[in-house]
Design a protein around this ligand. Structure first.
Ligand code: PLP
Length: 472
């Protein structure tokens, strides 16, 4: 068996740790080298890693250091452990960002990608018209290096908007505009790590790229279970938690009133909450719920984005920060890129100030609501025994299948039929091979395409062989 060459417990690995670093520096080196080997395919999915004892012996480091490095990569989804049988490269590890990035070069006609709105409905002429106005009316100084916090105009417009629509407690000076919510997380992660925060709790399941961003910033990422009430607040096991209360990503669960209260209590008792409010503008048949940030503004960082309301390609997001974190995050932003592009910020500010953004949202909400209904109807028609959850908000739903299936095989077979599906298991911290639920985005497909996509999916499911689940 080639996989067992080298040490008797797994493959020989070309890893050389720099001398002179202290223990944690060496652990970080080991983690990033292992990540590289998995990402570039040198360590293929299913490969068994050397035992921690064997690798520690090879590298002449403590076994604890290797155990900690493995634990971190388990949390990030690169590795899986099978009890009593060692540590393996995860089946999905070669594609570390399944929920927000798509395999290049493959166009799927019926792609239920959950990470984007309808790109064809981007308000091009509104954007063009507004950009013309901006260019015609602003002084040359807009072409200078920007304010790292974001333009005064956008921070002002966001202040009014977030107070009005999300109940956020905010001043222009507490906002930092960033390149999407993802950069916001990276900046925060770095700022927190520099302050000595060692670990962050994240929802399990959640977005793998977000976990990777936080780990890259130097934080230990720890999973917290999500159930039908949302994240289990009593199980938060770190000083900071990243959560998606309005529409849990990816299950779609709305944090229950009891859990909201518990989360606010947890924050007021000294915890720090990062509230990722990524798709809250799309709410269909439930009463509006304000952001948690409004209840504990000193203990909650609010994270927002234009990726769902307009387009992810804009790379526009924003952080609303407690005063104690503003300077550290601005410094991280400054050192990262000196600030976000000015023109797009000025356009968005104008859209927010006029009713144009609200009009655009109303239209998008209606369209997305119709598509959501089309998904529910198509599943009911074609997939008896399945249920659709997470539908009260957002741009994606969770479809529970009548039986568990092999996630990778389903992905491949569906793609052969030009259908893109996103197994829930891919979002789990320790991804099982099997899945009994799919995260399906509906915003990017017309109603007839949703119907046809589900019909094809059912065809694929009908022909997937029954498998014995290995208890996962
Ligand atoms: C949970 C979650 N947060 C945030 C975002 C948006 O990230 P960004 O603003 O970096 O595009 C997404 C997009 O898919 C998401 O699913």
């Amino acid at each position: 068996m080639t996989q067992d060459m080298g040490t008797s417990y797994g493959p020989e690995l070309l890893i050389r740790l720099r001398e002179g670093d202290a223990g944690s520096g060496r652990r970080v080196q080991l983690e990033s080298r292992l990540r590289e080997l998995v990402r570039d395919g040198t360590l293929a999915a299913g490969t068994r890693l050397p035992s921690s004892r064997a690798l520690a012996g090879d590298l002449e480091v403590s076994r604890r250091l290797v155990v900690e490095a493995y634990a971190q990569l388990l949390a990030e989804g690169y590795l899986v452990s099978r009890s009593g049988a060692g540590t393996y490269v995860a089946a999905t590890a070669g594609a570390p960002a399944p929920a927000t990035s798509k395999p290049p070069g493959r166009t799927l006609r019926f792609d239920f990608f959950p990470g984007a709105p309808d790109l064809g409905s981007f308000p091009r002429s509104l954007w063009l018209h507004t950009m013309r106005e901006v260019l015609a009316s602003t002084p040359p100084s807009i072409f200078a290096y920007p304010d790292a916090r974001g333009t005064r105009e956008l921070r002002g417009s966001l202040t009014t908007y977030l107070r009005r629509v999300r109940g956020v407690v905010v001043e222009p000076d507490s906002i930092v505009v960033c390149s999407g919510a993802t950069q916001g997380l990276a900046l925060l992660g770095r700022a927190l790590a520099r302050r000595g925060v060692g670990a962050i709790a994240v929802e399990d399941p959640s977005l793998p790229p977000h976990r990777a961003v936080l780990a890259y910033a130097g934080l230990e990422v720890r999973g917290v279970a999500v159930d039908e009430e949302g994240v289990d607040v009593s199980a938060i096991n770190a000083p900071v938690v990243l959560t998606t209360p309005a529409h849990q990503c990816p299950t779609g669960v709305v944090l229950s009133p009891g859990r909201r209260a518990a989360l606010v209590d947890w924050a007021r008792a000294g915890g720090l909450v990062i509230e990722d409010d990524y798709d809250a503008e799309f709410r269909y048949d439930r009463a509006p719920l304000g952001a948690i940030q409004g209840l504990a503004p000193d203990r909650v960082v609010y994270l927002g984005t234009a990726s769902k309301t307009l387009a992810p390609g804009l790379r526009l997001g924003w952080l609303v920060l407690p005063a104690s974190l503003v300077d550290a995050v601005v410094e991280a932003k400054l050192l990262d890129d000196l600030g976000s592009p000015t023109l797009e910020q000025l356009v968005l500010a104008r859209l927010l100030d006029t009713a144009a953004y609200d009009r655009h949202l109303r239209k998008a909400r209606r369209r997305n609501g119709d598509r959501r209904d089309a998904l529910i109807a198509a599943v009911a028609r074609h997939l008896p025994g399945a249920s659709v959850g997470g539908i009260s908000a957002g741009l994606h739903a969770l479809v529970r299948l009548p039986r568990a299936v092999n996630a990778q095989r389903l992905l491949e077979r569906a793609a052969e039929h030009s259908v893109g599906v996103y197994p829930l298991s891919l979002h789990a911290i320790d991804p099982p091979r099997h899945t009994d639920a799919l995260v399906l985005g509906y915003a990017g497909l017309s109603e007839p395409a949703i119907e046809e996509g589900i019909r094809r999916l059912v065809d694929v499911l009908d022909h997937l062989p029954e498998e014995v689940s290995h208890g996962q």
